[in-house]
Design a protein around this ligand. Sequence first.
Ligand code: GDP
Length: 184
Amino acid sequence: ERHAGRLGSFNKNLMATDLKCLRVKLVLLGDSGVGKSCIVLRFVRGHFEPTSKVTVGASFLSQTLALQDSTSVKFEIWDTAGQERYASLAPLYYRGAAVALVVYDITSLETFRKAQYWVKELQKHASPGIIMALVGNKADLHESRAVSFQDAMEYAEKNGMFFIETSAKTADNINQLFEVLLET
Ligand code: GDP
């Protein structure tokens, strides 16, 4: 579609206000401690806040990306605010989401396994057209890597997901992560 690339084809999931600005609900999933809050804060505020903890009341943030053709996309970002500790998230959390980021920590095989659990949850409960991205965070800790790039990439391809490795600490690939979601 002309104004929003890949996201434009998911209009039924988008809460579009007008043609110039698409609103996109984006949810984050993944084990506690993989860096979900840090990724969001890095993207929204541009810096790494290792000690800040997103509280339940402040678990919603938004960020607008301007596109080349003068339209824009406003990401409404929902963080789990600790709810990932429970077996399943409330359906309200997934409802209307156009994009889901499933995050794991590249130094922890356990978090990669858990990411696969969240992908299955999404396949069961989210809108069929949802765009999913698998995000391997803490890429700066590559010396302690426990999940290979290749394995994660193959898993993502099998499940029709984007795949990217990021570091909220160094800012590596954080903006690219959100930009890639807009690609046609
Ligand atoms: P959440 O529970 O998934 O929201 O995880 P947080 O965003 O609270 O991050 C958990 C811990 O991981 C914090 O101590 C962060 O400082 C650390 N962390 C987050 N992202 C990175 C990263 O990219 N690299 C490194 N080295 N540490 C990170």
